[in-house]
Design a protein around this ligand. Structure first.
Ligand code: NAD
Length: 265
């Protein structure tokens, strides 16, 4: 029987590809995006999220899975609102509709940028649920110029990845039988990166920060397939993971020892 999937960012890139694959497999998909979606809503504001959630639940009834792809990468305050609060608040608001599913699943899109320099203060404000404070920190950084402003995006993705690990093991998620995980892409060929990759200078800058020894820049399908498996009935025990599906960028940058945190000091 078809499962009901809610896909945010369904009008473009990774979200559009994920929605198209799911529909082709016969699943029911409810897309959320600013335009060209079943539910047109702005996830950058608390009102937009609440409105999106209530209209989605009204349309969907029971929801079997949510795949949160909507995001922006601009060095502006709104990036923390869309990429962190636009995911965490929406997912929380959709929980009552996931409760009715036999196999509820949730996956979000973080980024390998979660490994890049970021603002610890902004990450903590986001994790504390303080959107006005996170926005104020982002506004100060953006006002300092592009180099500081760029910290907003990695901060949003670091905060989201930490939220997934933190929340996934709580009674709300694990206790309710809902696997909650993230996929962290490298450089994906979508409208988000087209401008930057369109110039030799931009591409060189991206590649210097995102080494991808396995197959280089990736198509959106490479992320969509992992998101779809994470939210399938087959995923019964994978929880709190941030899967770096990034052509080897994480392994290149962090190396082979990410286990020593618990070693005797
Ligand atoms: P994209 O720009 O092609 O698609 C993003 C979609 O999100 C768009 O349809 C856009 O309208 C929607 N969106 C933006 N702001 C919104 C808002 N306020 N409310 C509702 N919808 C909104 O980008 P993409 O490459 O498909 O990115 C999808 C996700 O993957 C993003 O979270 C992005 O940060 C992440 N990501 C992308 C890359 C990459 O290289 N493209 C790498 C790592 C992570």
């Amino acid at each position: 029987m078809a499962r009901t999937y809610v896909v945010t960012g369904s009008a473009s890139g990774i979200g559009a590809t994920t929605a198209a694959i799911l529909r082709k497999r016969g699943e029911r998909v409810i897309g959320i995006d600013l335009n060209n979606a079943d539910i047109e809503a702005d996830l950058s504001t608390p009102e937009g999220r609440a409105d999106a959630a209530s209209r989605t639940i009204e349309l969907a009834g029971t929801i079997d899975a949510v795949i949160a792809c909507a995001g922006i990468s601009a060095p502006i305050p709104k990036t923390i609102s869309v990429n962190y609060f636009g995911v965490t608040e929406l997912l929380t608001a959709l929980l009552p509709a996931l409760a009715g599913s036999d196999a509820p699943r949730v996956a979000v899109v973080s980024s390998m940028a979660s490994l890049q320099p970021n603002s610890a203060e902004m990450v903590e404000a986001a994790l504390a649920g303080d959107e006005p404070k996170a926005l104020a920190i982002a506004a100060d950084l953006a006002a300092e110029g592009p180099a500081s402003g760029y910290l907003v995006y990695p901060s949003s993705k670091r905060a989201l990845a930490r939220w997934v690990r933190r929340e996934s093991i709580t009674p709300t998620w694990a206790g309710a039988g809902i696997p909650l995980n993230a996929v962290a892409p490298g450089t994906v060929l979508t409208p988000m990166t087209a401008g930057l990759l369109g110039t030799a200078e931009g591409a060189a800058m991206v590649d210097a920060n995102v080494p991808m020894p396995l197959n280089y820049h990736q198509p959106p399908e490479s992320i969509a397939h992992v998101l779809i498996w994470l939210t399938s009935e087959e995923n019964t025990h994978l929880a709190g993971q941030v899967i770096y599906d990034d052509g080897g960028a994480d392994a290149t940058l962090r190396g082979d020892d990410i286990w020593s945190w618990a070693d005797a000091r």
